[in-house]
Design a protein around this ligand. Structure first.
Ligand code: A3D
Length: 320
């Protein structure tokens, strides 16, 4: 069987890390696309030269020509601009919407059968626009955010409890922004829900609340430290986990920004929800029950995403 082909649109900090991970894990041949001539070619050559050391069989090609992504099985989109200190994700909307238009057209023309994972911010609105611009089926276009936000939540909990990250399972839903909804009742350590761990004296509700706030601010914390851009290692790992779920038909249950036709009391919007990812792309949306408080937080988050989608429609009339 021929190797899978993975196209990475955007060869910046996340794009380069994605290429490296895809090669190290031998997920297939990698095409790194960017408009900044020299960057994708240079990074690809550098990583190809690491192949004999790491012993991976993967061809890597850098390009500025969309024709090179032809028939890709997976496209991961990071093209656009990242945050600098003081900027919110939403500040990126105008610039990155234009980028989504050209990327969507490129994917539509050259890789219409791909599973597309968008990472560009503001995530939920950009994945919505990318689906519209590309015209690909909604089950084949999704956004990475929930896996990363959940990983951040899990990391902070592992530190608090001094237990392995392997035994922690967390769920963060809603839009990828200040309104995201870390779900305490559905987050567990070895199957024990967080509220039970408070009852057991492992932590206090105050400490949990602080961890939840740190999770919400997780992106900004890294931006503040790096000063020149935003996080890239954990975002890349998270998108690769989703790509593997698709390529290997794993039927993983992962939170991601997916098209919700009608669930959780909302209709016709992209937002972070639990999904099943397999060979069919987003195969299912897992409609867990939310209590009153959780539903209110989720609705608030959906409202924020809807505001950004409305802003996209105002900027680009072809989207309305
Ligand atoms: P960066 O290192 O700046 O890379 C972006 C790349 O996109 C650059 O190499 C640009 O040359 C390239 N680019 C710009 N316009 C185009 C275009 N029209 N076509 C193709 N390539 C283009 O950024 P990064 O890799 O650090 O971040 C990429 C995006 O991911 C940003 O929008 C971030 O805000 C976002 N991000 C999202 C998350 C989520 O969890 C959703 C996390 C971290 C970053």
């Amino acid at each position: 069987m021929a190797r899978a082909k993975i196209a990475l649109i955007g060869a910046g900090m996340i794009g380069g890390t994605l290429a490296h991970l895809a090669a190290l894990k031998e997920l297939g041949d990698v095409v790194l696309f960017d408009i900044a001539d020299g960057i994708p070619q240079g990074k690809s050559l550098d990583m190809a030269e690491a192949g004999p050391v790491e012993k991976y069989d993967a061809k890597l090609k850098g390009t500025t020509d969309y024709a090179d992504i032809a028939d890709a099985d997976v496209c991961i989109v990071t093209a656009g601009v990242a945050r600098k200190p003081g900027m919110s994700r939403d500040d990126l909307l105008g610039i990155n919407l234009k980028v989504m238009k050209s990327v969507g057209e490129g994917i539509k023309a050259h890789a219409p059968n791909a599973f597309v994972i968008c990472i560009t911010n503001p995530l939920d609105a950009m994945v919505w626009a990318l689906q519209k611009f590309s015209g690909l089926p909604a089950n084949k276009v999704c956004g990475m955010a929930g896996v990363l936000d959940s990983a951040r939540f899990s990391h902070f909990l592992a530190e608090e409890f001094d237990v392995s990250v392997k035994d922690i399972n967390t769920f963060v839903l809603g839009g990828h922004g200040d309104t995201m909804v870390p779900l305490q009742r559905y987050s567990t350590v070895a199957g024990i829900p967080l509220p039970d761990l408070v009852d057991m004296g492992w932590t206090t509700q105050d400490k949990l609340d602080a961890i939840i706030q740190r999770t919400r601010d997780g992106g900004a914390e890294i931006v503040g430290l790096l000063k020149t851009g935003s996080a890239y290692y954990a975002p890349a790992s998270s998108a690769i986990e989703m790509a593997i779920a698709y390529l290997k038909d794993q039927k993983r249950v992962l939170p991601c920004a997916a098209y919700v036709e009608d669930a959780f009391g909302i209709k016709d919007i992209y937002v972070g929800v639990p999904t099943v990812i397999g060979a069919g792309g987003i195969e299912k949306i897992v409609e867990i029950s939310l209590n009153k408080d959780e539903q209110a937080m989720f609705d608030n988050s959906v409202e924020a995403v809807a505001g950004l989608v409305a802003a996209c429609k105002e900027i680009d009339g072809s989207l309305s």
